[in-house]
Design a protein around this ligand. Sequence first.
Ligand code: FE
Length: 195
Amino acid sequence: MAYEPKNYDHLKGGAVKGLSDSQLDQHFTLYKGYVAKLNEIETKLAEVDNTKPNYSFNEYSELKRREAVAFNGSFLHELYFENLGADAELSPELQAAFDAQGGKDKVLADLKSCALGGPGWALLTRNRRDGKLHTYFVAEHHLGLPIDQDLLIVLDSWEHAFMVDYGIKRPDYIGAFMENIKWSEVSKRFALAAK
Ligand code: FE
């Protein structure tokens, strides 16, 4: 099945304070590249000879090694774009989960610190093992993403996410991101996770 990249143009025109159209357009282009590669890898995997896998080199083995890069690269970006666009609709259930862990400000301060260790992804998740909110830092799309997590906030802290608008000022970008979280979307993800 071919994946279709989604259109996030509604985020442009000042809808996300602190991210210019040029910055967003370049990021959309990069995201579409991941989706195209995911489709390419899946197409090739459907046809390639899988009977001679090899650690050093084999086409099938290489495709398998990179499949999760394109998959997570595609869908981490969708989760990122979809949790952009500030609103104040934080659900009482998610608020209670924050309160149980020292409050929203404390948890978000930790997420911010995660992101400042970039480049990579900073994640706020609901961990299915203990039912609590966790922050994680994932330096590569396919490496170090803990299992059994529902992803609530996905923060792209790779340079391409902010260089156009902020140069090397990652803290300023992270600050702008924090002001632009779409809490209705995060609350929806939490409600699905906590079911
Ligand atoms: Fe990105």
